[in-house]
Design a protein around this ligand. Structure first.
Ligand code: ADP
Ligand code: MG
Length: 695
C-alpha cells in the first residue's frame, strides 16, 4: 500500500518545507512576495536559493533549471549544475539568489513574432514565487516567466499572471462596494480535465504519421469503433490500471492533485481530472501533467497521444476548463446559494460573465484555435465553433424571474444575505447537464469545453480573466456612487442579462438548427483557426488587453503572427508527411497486391478458368490507384504553391482552403484502397490494430 500523504508533494519545495527550513523572517518575506508582490531583496533571495539547493541535493538533484512556457505552447528548460570550482581542483555546490531570480537564456530560437530584433537575442526568465519549485529527473525546476530584453512577454505565463492581477483588482473593488470586509484577495481557480489516448508502442512505431504529426493521416473506418458505447466509464484493462497507478504516483510526488480517472468515449481514450487550484498553478500543473503522461507511458511500452484528433471517425480529445472565482477566505463567488435570484452579489458576477462571453465571443474562440482542434470543434463530438452559454434550469428560472421583475419584491431581503461569506448550498443536481454547450454553468463554476487536449490552458484563462475583469470594471464605474447599492446591482444584472441573452442557449449545440438560429442572433461562427485569428487584432480586443495591461498591441501582433504561422507549419508538415507516406508505403502495398492479382488473372486466363473475383478487384484497385496518383500530384503542386503566398493571413487561408482539401481528397482514395488491399501487403497498422492494441 502506498502512503499517499507521504508521497504527495515529496518533490516540491512547498510551503511546509519552506516553513521548516527557512528562517522565520525569510519565510515571511517570501510569503509577502507571493501575496502582495513585494519583491525579495538579494540578501533574502540568497538565503532562499541556498536552502532550495540544499534541499534539492538531499533529494538527488545536481542541476537547476529555469522552467518557462514559450509561445510554442510547451515548456522549455536549460539545465545548469550547481558545481563551482573551489580553485583547488574540487567543486562546491552553489546556487545564488541572483541565479534563482533571473536567468538570461539565449532566446533567439523561440518564437517571438517579430518582437525581438535579431541582433538582440537575449531574453530574461524571472522567478515566479507563486508556483512552487520542484525536482524532476535530477534537476531543481524553478517556474519562471520569460520576456524579451525590452520587457515584452514572450511566454504564456506572464499574460496569465497579469490577467489574474486584473480580475483580482476589479473583483475586490466590487466586493468592497458590496460591503465585504473580510476578503483580502480574490483568485481565479481552475480544474482542467485532461483527455488522452494510449496505444501500444509497437503499433505506434509503425505509423510515421503518428510519429511526425501526432495524428493518423490515413486509416479506414474500423468495423468496431465507439458505436457500442462500451468504453465510456468501462472497466480498465490491466495495463491501463498499471499505467494510471504509476501516473498518479508521479503526479502526486509533484504535488499535482490527480483525483479522477476513467475511460472516455472512444476506444483507447482516457481522462484524468485534478482537484482545482489557483489558475497559475493549475496551468503549470497541466503542462507537467501532459509531460508526465507521455513519460510514464514510455515505461509501460505505451504511447500517450495528446493530439486533438488522432483518429478520424472516433472522438478526439479535449480539455474541459472549469473556472471560478474565490476569495482568500474561501467564498466561491459563483456559488448561487439557495435563492440565486435574491443573491445580488452572485447575480452581479453572473451577469459579468454572461456579458463578457457575449461581448468577446471571438476571443474565447481564438483562445482554443489550433490546427488540431479544428478537427473537433463543430464536428458533433465537441462543442460547436459557435460560443454560447448554458445555465441549467434553476439558474434560467432565476434569470427569467429577474427579467420579468417577479423577483423585484424580494430585493430588500437580500441585504441581509450580503456580507455573509459562506452561502447556503445550491442544489447542484438540478443543474441539468448539457454536454453540447461550450460554456456551461455547472453548479458553482463555469466549464469551458472547447479547449483542445494538447493546448496550454494559459491562453484561455488569460482571456476569461481579462474579459470578466472588463465587465466588473464597467459595472464598478456605474455602481461606485450608488446610494441604493442592492437595487442598483439588481438593475445592472437585469440590464446586462437582457442585452446579452442571445449568448444563452439551452438546446442541442450540435444541431443544424442551432447554427441557423445562432446566425440569426448574430453570434460569431468562426469555423477554422484562420477565420478566428483574423479577429485577434480587432480594435475592441486590442483596447481590452491594453486597458488591463495584459497585452500591449505589439505583444498581440506577435501572437497573431506566431499562432498563424504555427497553424500553417503544422499543416505543412502533415501535407509533406502524407505525400511521403503515399510514395514510400501506400504505393508499394498497392503495387504488390496488383502484381499478385494480375499474375493470377493471367494464369487463370491462360488456363481458360474464370477469374471474375480477381479481375474485378484488380480493376477497382487500378481505378483507385490512378485516382490516387492524380490526387497525390495535386497535393504536391498545392504544397509547391505555398511559396508564392505573401501575407500571414493569405497563407493561413491558403492552407485552410487548398492544402486541407487536397489532403482530404487523397486520404479518401487511400482509405478506400485500404479496404480492398490484402492486409499482408498493407504496411501501415489499421485503426483496429491501433485502437485495440492494448489488451
Ligand atoms: P465532470 O467530468 O462531470 O465535469 P469532473 O469531476 O471530471 O466532472 O471534473 C470537474 C472539475 O472541476 C475538477 O477538476 C474539479 O476540481 C473542478 N472544479 C470543481 N470546483 C471548482 C471551482 N470552484 N473552480 C474551478 N474548478 C473547479
Ligand atoms: Mg469529466
Amino acid at each position: 500500500m502506498k502512503n499517499v500523504p507521504e508521497i504527495f508533494g515529496s518533490l516540491v519545495f512547498n510551503d511546509e518545507i519552506m516553513k521548516k527550513r527557512l528562517p522565520k523572517e525569510i519565510y515571511e518575506a517570501v510569503q509577502k512576495d507571493v501575496e502582495q508582490g513585494v519583491t525579495l531583496n538579494l540578501e533574502v533571495a540568497n538565503v532562499v536559493a541556498n536552502e532550495m539547493k540544499d534541499w534539492a541535493i538531499e533529494n538527488g538533484a545536481t542541476h537547476y533549471t529555469h522552467w518557462f512556457q514559450p509561445l510554442t505552447g510547451t515548456t522549455a528548460e536549460k539545465h545548469d549544475s550547481f558545481i563551482s570550482p573551489d580553485g583547488k581542483g574540487n567543486v562546491i555546490m552553489v546556487f545564488s539568489g541572483k541565479e534563482l531570480i533571473k536567468g538570461e537564456p539565449d532566446a533567439s530560437s523561440f518564437p517571438n513574432g517579430g518582437i525581438r530584433a535579431t541582433f538582440e537575442a537575449r531574453g530574461y526568465t524571472a522567478w515566479d514565487p507563486s508556483s512552487y519549485a520542484f525536482i524532476k529527473e535530477g534537476s531543481l525546476y524553478i517556474p519562471t516567466a520569460f520576456c524579451s530584453y525590452t520587457g515584452e512577454a514572450l511566454d504564456k505565463k506572464t499574460p496569465l499572471l497579469r490577467s489574474m492581477q486584473a480580475i483580482e483588482h476589479e473583483a475586490m473593488k466590487i466586493l468592497k462596494l458590496l460591503g465585504n470586509k473580510s476578503a483580502k484577495s480574490v483568485v481565479t481557480t481552475v480544474g482542467p480535465e485532461q483527455e488522452y489516448f494510449l496505444i501500444d508502442k509497437n503499433v505506434y512505431l509503425k505509423r510515421p504519421d503518428l510519429i511526425c504529426t501526432g495524428r493518423t493521416l490515413f486509416g479506414a473506418k474500423p468495423p468496431k469503433g465507439q458505436d457500442l458505447d462500451d468504453q465510456y466509464f468501462g472497466q480498465l484493462k490491466t495495463r491501463i490500471i498499471a499505467y494510471m497507478a504509476d501516473l498518479d504516483e508521479e503526479l502526486w510526488k509533484l504535488g499535482i492533485n490527480s483525483k479522477t480517472k476513467h475511460n472516455e468515449v472512444a476506444p483507447a481514450q482516457h481522462e484524468m481530472a485534478p482537484v482545482f487550484t489557483t489558475t497559475n498553478v493549475a496551468c503549470d500543473h497541466n503542462q507537467l501533467t501532459m509531460e508526465v503522461m507521455k513519460k510514464v507511458a514510455e515505461k509501460h511500452d505505451l504511447v500517450c497521444l495528446l493530439h486533438e484528433k488522432p483518429f478520424e471517425g472516433v472522438n478526439g480529445s479535449g480539455k474541459h476548463n472549469n473556472w471560478s472565482l474565490a476569495t482568500d477566505d474561501g467564498e466561491n463567488l459563483l456559488n448561487p446559494g439557495n435563492t440565486p435570484a435574491e443573491n445580488a452579489q452572485f447575480m452581479l458576477f453572473l451577469a459579468a460573465v454572461i456579458r463578457s462571453v457575449d461581448k468577446y465571443q471571438e476571443l474565447l474562440r481564438i483562445s482554443v484555435a489550433s490546427a488540431g482542434n479544428d478537427h473537433r470543434l463543430g464536428a458533433n463530438e465537441a462543442p460547436p465553433a459557435i460560443v454560447s452559454m448554458f445555465l441549467g434550469d434553476d439558474l434560467q428560472e432565476a434569470l427569467d424571474s429577474i427579467e420579468t421583475g417577479s423577483a423585484a419584491e424580494t430585493h430588500k431581503k437580500t441585504v441581509m444575505d450580503l456580507g455573509v461569506s459562506v452561502l447556503p448550498k445550491f442544489n447542484r443536481d438540478n443543474s441539468d447537464r448539457n454536454r453540447t454547450s461550450p460554456f456551461a454553468f455547472t453548479g458553482n463554476k463555469f466549464e469551458f469545453r472547447s479547449l483542445g487536449s494538447s493546448a496550454s490552458i494559459a491562453d484561455t484563462n488569460t482571456v476569461i480573466n481579462t474579459i470578466v475583469a472588463d465587465s466588473l470594471a464597467d459595472f464598478y464605474e456605474i455602481l461606485k456612487d450608488s446610494d441604493d447599492i442592492i437595487s442598483d446591482v439588481m438593475m445592472i444584472a437585469k440590464q446586462n442579462i437582457l442585452s446579452h441573452k442571445r449568448i444563452i442557449f439551452n438546446g442541442n449545440g450540435y444541431s443544424k438548427e442551432w447554427e441557423e438560429e445562432a446566425a440569426k442572433r448574430g453570434l460569431a461562427n468562426l469555423k477554422t483557426t484562420p477565420d478566428a485569428l483574423e479577429h485577434l487584432l480587432d480594435d475592441k480586443n486590442i483596447r481590452l488587453f491594453e486597458r488591463f495591461g495584459v497585452f500591449t498591441k505589439a505583444e498581440l501582433e506577435a501572437r497573431y503572427e506566431i499562432f498563424m504561422e504555427n497553424y500553417c507549419t503544422t499543416i505543412r508538415i502533415e501535407a509533406l508527411t502524407m505525400a511521403d507516406l503515399v510514395k514510400k508505403k501506400v504505393v508499394g502495398s498497392v503495387l504488390s497486391y496488383e502484381k499478385e492479382l494480375s499474375e493470377i488473372v493471367l494464369n487463370k486466363k491462360n488456363l481458360g478458368i474464370t477469374c471474375e473475383l480477381e479481375s474485378s478487384l484488380l480493376e477497382k484497385i487500378s481505378v483507385l490507384a490512378d485516382e490516387m496518383s492524380v490526387r497525390l500530384n495535386n497535393l504536391e503542386s498545392v504544397i509547391e504553391g505555398i511559396a508564392f503566398i505573401n501575407t500571414t493571413l493569405e497563407q493561413g487561408k491558403y492552407f485552410k482552403d487548398n492544402v486541407i482539401s487536397a489532403m482530404g481528397e487523397l486520404r479518401e482514395t487511400v482509405d478506400e484502397l485500404e479496404t480492398l488491399v490484402d492486409s499482408k501487403y498493407w504496411s501501415l497498422p489499421t485503426y483496429t490494430d491501433m485502437l485495440f492494441s492494448v489488451l
